[in-house]
Design a protein. Structure first.
Length: 367
């Protein structure tokens, strides 16, 4: 994948829709209010960003995830799992989430030829018996319907094995007017795909009236929606906010999929709680009766080797001096090499006696 800019070069980008909402919140509650901070902490630059730990990640995964097809690198593609491949046709977003690593990538959009090469790889002999879904992410795929259509047309043409198309987007919460007839008509034109929309909403206040209208349009068109969001210090790192958030998801027919521990990203450690705090919150959420059990997410981290679900025995060692935790994954090294022969084991990772990957992960702090 593309390299990253330095943390200090991460430009602030706030959509006109969000700027208007921030102004409304400021006028109604004040700029020191929890309501205002729930949005401002996600999108506005913070002085803390200039204080960064050089040991933090500079890319999404520290492992090498480049794949090759016909002796050429497949641009915009990652494969870390058996049944799913990731396609990133553009890195353009409606707004830059301060805690998101992908927002720090240089702006890049794939050519139509690169997209076709990627989809030929999806339908290749090596993948067609295992891979049946594509996660189209970015950036935000709904920022370029032209590139999304090129992607869908080529998947349909070259990869009959693909049945599920997942699209990662924050457009319903950042620029909801984009959920219009053009997008709905695009989805309805591909009867051979099951579409799923993966959104990212972090606080119940983000369910604006315009957003709920956009979500309702997607629901009425039979598109499944799921949420995966980070635990953010000062935004949603408390029990009551999360209860309200997951109830709002339920109200809007959205599946609660993942609650992620915030990525150890250079310049953004002020967003991160300890892993233990998140585990305690998810334990309290899981055992409480305050909202439906159908709305309770899995707690996970985005480690150097991919997603790792956090359970009581996931943490197998601790380096207190460097604030790192050794995590036990369910990934077998031989499987990873089978799925992506060009994958390289990162420095943070080792293979245990049973062939499973273990990786060191930088923890956050609660002070």
């Amino acid at each position: 994948m593309a390299g990253t800019k330095k943390a200090g070069e991460f430009n602030e980008l706030v959509s006109p829709f969000l700027k208007a909402k921030l102004l409304d919140l400021s006028n109604k509650y004040g700029e020191r209010s929890a309501e205002y901070n729930a949005i401002s902490k996600q999108y506005l630059k913070d002085q803390s960003e200039k204080y960064q730990n050089n040991d933090f990640n500079t890319r999404h995964y520290e492992s090498e995830v480049i794949v090759y097809y016909k002796n050429k690198p497949v641009a915009g593609v990652e494969r870390l799992y058996k049944r799913t491949v990731l396609l990133e046709p553009t890195t353009v977003c409606a707004a830059h989430c301060r805690w998101c690593l992908r927002g720090q990538y240089p702006v890049k959009t794939l050519t139509d030829e690169q997209i076709e090469h990627a989809t030929e790889y999806f339908g290749s002999e090596d993948l067609r018996n295992d891979v049946d879904e594509v996660l189209i992410t970015g950036g935000d795929p709904l920022m370029s319907l032209k590139k999304l259509k090129v992607s869908l047309d080529n998947i349909k043409k070259h990869a009959e094995n693909i049945k599920i198309i997942r699209i990662g987007t924050r457009v319903p919460f950042q620029d909801p007017k984009r959920i219009n007839d053009n997008i709905l008509d695009l989805f309805s034109g591909y009867k051979n795909f099951r579409f799923e929309i993966g959104v990212n909403v972090n606080h119940p206040i983000e369910f604006w009236e315009e957003t709920e209208e956009a979500l309702n349009k997607l629901n009425k068109n039979g598109i499944r929606i799921y949420n995966q969001n980070p635990l953010l210090k000062g935004v949603n790192d408390n029990f009551n906010t999360l209860v309200s958030l997951y109830q709002k998801l339920r109200d809007n027919n959205i599946e609660a999929h993942y609650l992620f521990h915030a990525i150890p990203l250079a310049g953004m450690d002020h967003h991160r709680t300890s892993l233990k705090k998140g585990y305690n919150l998810i334990r309290d959420l899981s055992s409480c009766g305050e909202f439906s059990g159908r709305s309770k997410p899995k707690y996970s981290v985005l480690s150097d080797i991919g997603k790792i679900a956090i359970y009581e025995d996931t943490i197998i060692d601790e380096d207190k001096k460097n604030n790192k935790l050794l995590l036990q994954s369910g990934f077998k090294y031989e499987d990873r090499m089978k799925w992506n022969p060009s994958w390289k084991i990162p420095k943070s990772t080792s293979v245990d006696k049973n062939g499973f990957l273990q990786t060191w992960y930088i923890d956050g702090k609660d002070d």
